[in-house]
Ligand binder design. Structure first.
Ligand code: GDP
Length: 366
């Protein structure tokens, strides 16, 4: 499954945030018997108002949201890329994630030591990113050595060798791999690039960890981080990890009470989860029946059979066709039967690219 790795300097609130996500997972666990529980992973549901609206119409026994996985990758510090301490293991853990949630300390608290002495989100973000870039340089350098040997036997490898050298220079100038422009007509290098699976090529979300007051008013720290995020074309979310860790243990009423005492209406964790889902490039289609109304996760561009395979591999193998109602039509006509009579239920075949929000009914051979 696609997951999001949580990274950041020590004492910025990673564990606190992960703890909040774990509490959310445990509170939802009854609804997700299919999710395996692992100590460093939190599988949390993605709130989706469309799902609630469908449930209102269908009145099912169960509502099942899509989920997103967060992985706790503790302990990335200066020097990690040089293999000090457990560094390399941590880098390997990040490599397995599809995206990175980079927690940056924006709260002031003199009782909590900052590893570099003061609160400075941009400097902190750079410290972490430098480590990731150094790790990538090492990866590319190893590749260059291997390609140099291959060139003698395989001329094609030469095309990648040149690109890898250019990439190494680019990284050495302090750039992230995500900003590297991959030559369009070099298939060999595209394959190499894929194999490299560079850390700084991954999608990143900045997570500004603020104090309770910071949720109401944007500090200069948060503004600076948001600007940096925008320049890099990534998102920034604001969260108060301490408050979330407290909130997640409470009942819905208690949560509402606590939130309103801080003058806010919604838990900021929801925003983290939604942004994560979107950043992974994930979409949802729905199934709606009396037993359950459920969101299923797919990647943009997937065709109907592949989407059916998310439910069960048999659905993909035996795929015949799909009946599709767009979300907008479903809520407009209020039932599958009404959509059918109104002529808005479409029959789609193997080539149909499923759209986010489609209400699907698959027909298949067993
Ligand atoms: P990690 O090393 O990044 O995992 O950081 P922790 O989650 O262990 O947090 C370090 C310390 O900062 C803990 O004592 C937290 O309670 C505290 N902390 C985390 N978030 C906040 C916050 O929003 N405000 C304040 N004042 N303290 C926080």
């Amino acid at each position: 499954a696609l997951s999001i790795g949580i990274v950041g300097l020590p004492n910025v609130g990673k564990s606190t945030l992960f703890n909040a996500l774990t509490k959310a997972q445990n509170a939802q666990a009854a609804n997700y018997p299919f999710c395996t529980i692992e100590p460093n992973k939190a599988t949390v549901s993605v709130p989706d108002k469309r799902l609630e609206a469908l449930a209102e119409l269908v009145n099912p026994q169960k509502i099942i949201h899509a989920t997103v996985d967060f992985i706790d990758i503790a302990g990335l510090v200066k020097g990690a890329s040089k293999g000090e301490g457990l560094g390399n293991q941590f880098l390997a853990n990040i490599r397995e994630c599809a995206a990175i949630l980079h927690v940056v300390r924006c709260f002031e608290d003199e009782n909590i030591t900052h590893v570099d002495g003061s609160v400075n989100p941009l400097r902190d973000a750079e410290t972490i990113e430098t480590e990731l870039i150094i790790a990538d340089i090492q990866t590319v350098t190893r590749k260059i050595e291997r390609l140099a040997k291959q060139v003698k036997a395989d001329k094609e490898a030469g095309k990648s060798l040149e690109e890898c050298k250019r990439l190494a220079d680019f990284l050495n100038e302090g750039n992230k791999a995500s900003q590297f422009d991959i030559p369009e007509h070099n298939e060999h290098f595209k394959q190499v690039w894929h194999e490299l699976s560079l850390l700084t090529a991954k999608k990143m979300i900045y997570c500004a960890n603020v104090d309770e007051e910071g949720l109401e008013e944007e500090s200069a720290h948060v503004k600076a981080l948001k600007e940096a995020a925008q320049k890099q074309g990534c998102e920034a979310v604001v969260v108060c990890a301490n408050l979330e860790a407290e909130l997640q243990g409470l009942s819905a009423e208690e949560q509402a009470e606590m939130l309103s005492s801080y003058g806010i209406s919604e838990s900021s964790l929801v925003n983290v989860v939604r942004t994560g889902y979107r950043t992974l490039g994930l979409c949802s289609y729905f199934t709606a029946g009396p037993q359950e109304v459920r969101a299923w996760t797919f990647k943009q561009g997937w065709k109907a059979p592949q989407c059916a395979g998310v439910i069960h591999t048999d659905f993909e193998k035996g795929f015949i066709r799909a009946e599709v109602i767009s979300y907008a039509d479903y809520v407009k006509f209020k039932s599958e039967a009404a959509c059918r009579s109104a002529g808005v239920l479409r029959v789609e075949g193997k080539e149909y690219a499923v759209q986010d929000g489609d209400v699907m009914h698959f027909l298949f051979n067993v």
